[in-house]
Design a protein around this ligand. Structure first.
Ligand SMILES: O=P(O)(O)OC[C@H]1O[C@H](OP(=O)(O)OP(=O)(O)O)[C@H](O)[C@@H]1O
Length: 158
């Protein structure tokens, strides 16, 4: 049985708004050399932040660990070399959940600034900036994982 009891549905508009809020925070912190995007979840947030902060230098850290809601094999397929352990760079992901991905990435780039849109308590210690905290038992449904579909009226079970 899944340990996630709650669904948190995020629309494109909400994601865009949260991404802009994160960009504002990051802008106030100073100048950034570039973005290291944690694929795939960090790609849309990175696009929003890159546009707002006029960042054109973007690289990827290719890593995955989930198969649906199940934690699968941890796979790191690409981690670019960085001068000075990532100093002056932003690392962007959509969320930290257990913090395992963030811990792995941080160990490689300890001087970079790790930022996410959402953070759950177990992973929050690895994040320098985030927009919103959600509970550990919540599964976040990002807009790229959803489609519009018909819903029954509430009186009919919708
Ligand atoms: O804090 P953690 O428990 O490590 O979970 C967070 C990570 O899990 C998700 O990626 P996922 O492994 O699902 O890869 P994907 O974004 O390519 O689907 C998410 O984008 C984070 O990178």
């Amino acid at each position: 049985m899944s340990k996630y009891e709650l669904d948190f549905f995020v629309s494109w508009e909400e994601l865009h708004k949260a991404g802009r809020l994160l960009a504002k925070t990051l802008h106030e912190l100073g100048e950034w050399k570039g973005i290291l995007t944690v694929t795939r979840g960090g790609m849309v947030p990175s696009a929003i932040i890159a546009r707002e902060l006029n960042i054109r230098l973007i690289d990827t850290i290719c890593i995955s660990s989930y198969d649906g809601q199940d934690r699968g094999n941890f796979q790191l397929t690409k981690a670019p070399k960085q001068d000075n352990q990532g100093k002056g760079w932003l690392i962007i992901d959509d969320l930290v959940d257990t913090g395992k991905t963030a811990a792995e990435v941080r160990a490689r780039y300890p001087n970079a600034h790790f930022a996410t849109i959402y953070a759950k308590p177990a992973g929050i210690e690895y994040v320098d900036s985030y927009v919103e905290e959600v509970t550990q038992n919540t599964w976040i449904r990002f807009p790229w994982d959803m489609k519009l579909s018909y819903s029954d009226p509430i009186v009919k079970g919708g």
